[in-house]
Write a protein that binds this ligand. Structure first.
Ligand SMILES: Cc1ncc(COP(=O)(O)O)c(C=O)c1O
Length: 376
């Protein structure tokens, strides 16, 4: 059997990883400024993470959600405490798309409405409601067209208000900072107004923190920079540092009923062990403070690359924008400088999503590599 060929692949075969580095099958060492789509939060193969997962595996790796699993309560408590979202309830699932799918379903259950407002360039995943709320026709199949989604530009509250006042909108879904779309974000004024118009019109505000959450922007959640309180928050990626896990944080006024949501694998023992280790390391290594420090350092250092037009994003969720397409630059960074970076739907933008443990020396390595390639 052959693989279903949906991914254009770089010719690199990672076989080992540690911290912010990855080694290929020829023992070439790469600096990971991308974390495999922003997944690696506490660094590859962190000793606490390895110990937590291997210890858990020796005891029990999986049982279904039909029995008690105290690790889930521990995870909910720890996540609530560290994120400052103690007043939310946690539903555990397996991926970002599944988290958004469940968030959208919850909003529809709660409001008994079905239309969704999403934003231009949004990416929310590839399952049915999540992909319909993703602003990319190419990944929406005809079957996804049955969802009612209206896409609006970011930062235009009047348009959102006009749509919400029609009375049929269940949810507004928005990324803390857009990832795949190219690092655009709502202003504080916009986020605050969004919360108000949702409340006024019985629609739920869903914050997709799948990429921007778990400390990546220097706050636990990116929306916390704007001092708002969403109805639902979705998480995945950095939550498990590579172990597939997702979560939906649900405001207290949304009531659970048996059977309303469910999953076979979600919240399994290994997923909880991985997620608990991630939270422990974020706390013990004070990674939020570290992200803020290296972010400022990055901004200073990148000024020395004269070809950079703009740096978008916050913390370690950054887009470095040029006035040319970066496809070739990304290839040269990998093959000549051995540095992974990411792309986005903005073809002029390098997406930077390193492990949150990246050091100033590693940022220097990246900036020097950029300069050397661009000034040849
Ligand atoms: C903001 C955002 N939401 C949702 C998703 C979908 O997550 P997953 O690929 O885990 O389904 C992604 C993935 O890139 C994302 O960046």
């Amino acid at each position: 059997m052959e693989l279903f060929d949906v991914y254009p692949l770089y010719n690199v075969t990672p076989v080992k990883a540690e911290g912010v580095y990855v080694w290929d099958d020829k023992n070439v060492k790469y600096l990971d400024m991308y974390g495999g789509h922003g997944v690696i939060s506490i660094g590859h193969s962190h000793p606490i993470y390895l110990a937590s997962l291997s210890n858990q595996l020796k005891h029990i790796g999986f049982y279904s959600n039909a029995v008690q699993n105290p690790l889930q309560q521990q995870l909910a408590k720890k996540l609530g405490a560290l994120s400052g979202c103690e007043d939310y309830k946690l539903f555990l699932c397996n991926s970002g798309a599944e988290a958004n799918e469940n968030a959208l379903k919850l909003a529809s259950f709660k409001t008994k409405k079905q239309r969704v407002i999403a934003f231009k360039n949004a990416f929310h995943g590839r399952t049915s409601a999540a992909v319909a709320a993703t602003d990319n026709d190419k990944i929406n199949a005809p079957i996804n067209k049955q969802q009612e989604v209206t896409f609006l530009p970011l930062n235009n509250i009047d348009l959102v208000k006009m749509e919400l006042e029609k009375g049929d909108v269940a949810a507004v879904i928005i990324e803390g900072i857009q990832g795949v779309g190219g690092l655009d974000e709502g202003s504080t004024t916009f986020f605050k107004a969004l919360q108000k118009v949702c409340l006024d019109n019985n629609a739920l505000l869903i914050l997709d923190e799948i990429q921007s959450g778990y400390g990546r922007t220097g706050a636990f959640f990116a929306f916390q920079h704007h001092k708002i309180q969403p109805d639902i928050i979705t998480v995945a990626k950095g939550m498990g540092n590579g172990f597939p896990v997702g979560g939906v944080l649900i405001a207290n006024n949304i009531e659970a009923t048996y059977g309303m949501l469910g999953t076979t694998f979600g919240g399994n023992h290994l997923a909880c062990a991985a997620s608990l280790a991630v939270l422990e390391v974020i706390k013990s290594e004070d990674l939020l403070a570290h992200v803020n420090e290296v972010y400022q350092y990055f901004l200073e250092q990148i000024k020395s690359v004269s070809q950079v037009k703009k740096v978008k994003g916050k913390g370690l969720m950054l887009g470095v924008e040029f006035d040319f397409e970066v496809g070739t630059l990304r290839k040269r960074l990998i093959y000549e400088k051995h540095i992974f970076t990411g792309g986005s739907s903005n073809k002029n933008l390098l997406r930077i999503l390193p492990p949150l443990t990246v050091t100033k020396a590693q940022i220097n390595q990246f900036v020097n590599a950029l300069k050397s390639l661009l000034n040849e």
